[in-house]
Design a protein. Structure first.
Length: 321
C-alpha cells in the first residue's frame, strides 16, 4: 500500500509538471507572437518614410525638385518615383557616400534636407502644433495680415500659431481643430506644397572659399555630413529676414561665430572636405532641416542658444530653428 501511495504521488507530480510546462510553452508562444507583430508594425512604419520605385505624392515631388536643383534629376517634376528618379537618387547617394540602393530612405531624405513624413503614397500633409515647414511661414504671414496672429514669423507652428488658426477657423466657419489641412489652406489662399516666397540672396564667386574657411574652423573633427550641416546653417541665414543676405555679411556679423571672434577663422587651414561641404550647401544640400543656429552643448552656456528649439543633432552640434 505504501508503495502504491508513493507511486500515485509521483504520477500526480509528473502530471502537474506537464501542465506547468504546457502553460509556460503557451506563454512563450504568445510572447513570440506579440514580438513578431511589433516587428512587422515597425517595418511598416519604416516603409512609410521610404520613397521608392512606384511611390507617388508630394514627398516624391520634393525629392525630384531637390535632385533637379543639384543637377541629378533631368525628368519631369510629376511626383511619380519612376526610373529617372531612381537613377538620380542612386547617383546622389554615390556622390555623397550614402547607402546606394536607389531608395530615398531616412538617411537620404535627411541629406536632401527633406523632413521625414508618411507622404510617399500621396496623402496630403496636415500642418499642426510642432510642425516646421515653409508653409508655416506663409500661414503665419497670412494670419498676421488679417489680424489673427501677433507672434514672430519664425516658421514654427507653436501655441500662438495654433490659437490664431482656431480664431480664423471660427470666424470663417471652417472645421475648428487648430490644424491647417487642405480646407484651411485653401481658405487662406495657400496652395498645399507650394514653396514660400524667398528673399533674394547674393552669392559671389568668392563665397565657396570663405564658406569652406568657416567650415574648417567651426566643424573640424566633424563628419562630412556634419561639415555640410554647418555650411547649410550659414546658407539658410541668407534666406532669413533676421540675417544679412550675403555669405560675407553672415560670416562677419559681429558676435555671430566664435571662430571669427577668437581668430580661428583666420588661422585654421582649409581642408579639402570643407570645400566639398561648402559647395554642397551652396547647391542646396541641407541635412539640418532648415536650421539657422547651431551650438556645441559641451562648449557653451549661452542661454539664448540653449533656449532655441532643436531640429536635429549631427555629431557634436545641435541644430536649431
Amino acid at each position: 500500500m505504501l508503495y502504491l501511495g508513493a507511486y500515485s504521488m509521483q504520477l500526480k507530480i509528473k502530471g502537474l509538471n506537464i501542465i506547468r510546462l504546457f502553460y509556460i510553452s503557451l506563454l512563450c508562444v504568445v510572447m513570440i507572437t506579440v514580438i513578431l507583430i511589433s516587428m512587422l508594425q515597425s517595418l511598416n512604419n519604416v516603409k512609410d518614410v521610404l520613397a521608392k520605385m512606384g511611390s507617388k505624392g508630394t514627398q516624391v515631388t520634393q525629392i525630384q525638385q531637390k535632385l533637379q536643383s543639384q543637377g541629378f534629376y533631368r525628368g519631369t517634376i510629376d511626383g511619380i518615383y519612376g526610373k529617372l528618379t531612381e537613377q538620380a537618387v542612386t547617383e546622389y547617394q554615390q556622390k555623397y557616400r550614402l547607402k546606394v540602393d536607389g531608395i530615398a530612405g531616412p538617411e537620404t531624405l535627411r541629406a536632401l534636407g527633406i523632413t521625414l513624413t508618411s507622404q510617399a503614397n500621396g496623402s496630403q500633409s496636415l500642418l499642426k502644433f510642432g510642425s516646421r515647414e515653409n508653409e508655416v511661414t506663409q500661414i503665419q504671414q497670412k494670419l498676421q495680415s488679417q489680424g489673427f496672429y501677433r507672434g514672430a514669423i519664425d516658421g514654427i507652428y507653436g501655441k500662438l500659431t495654433e490659437q490664431a488658426v482656431i480664431a480664423y477657423q471660427q470666424k470663417n466657419r471652417l472645421r475648428i481643430d487648430g490644424i491647417v489641412g487642405p480646407e484651411t489652406l485653401g481658405s487662406l489662399g495657400i496652395a498645399s506644397g507650394a514653396p514660400s516666397a524667398k528673399r533674394v540672396a547674393t552669392v559671389s564667386s568668392n563665397d565657396t572659399y570663405i564658406l569652406a574657411k568657416m567650415v574648417s574652423a567651426e566643424a573640424r573633427g566633424e563628419s562630412f555630413l556634419g561639415q555640410i550641416a554647418v555650411a547649410a546653417v550659414i546658407v539658410n541665414r541668407l534666406k532669413h529676414p533676421s540675417f544679412p543676405n550675403t555669405i560675407s555679411g553672415v560670416l562677419y556679423e559681429p558676435g555671430a561665430f566664435t571662430a571669427v571672434t577668437d581668430g580661428q577663422y583666420y588661422n585654421e587651414p582649409i581642408y579639402e572636405s570643407a570645400y566639398r561641404a561648402a559647395d554642397a550647401a551652396l547647391k542646396g544640400l541641407d541635412p539640418t532641416g532648415g536650421a539657422i543656429y547651431y551650438f556645441n552643448p559641451n562648449k557653451t552656456a549661452n542661454k539664448f542658444m540653449w533656449g532655441r528649439p532643436v531640429i536635429t543633432i549631427i555629431g557634436s552640434h545641435r541644430f536649431c530653428a
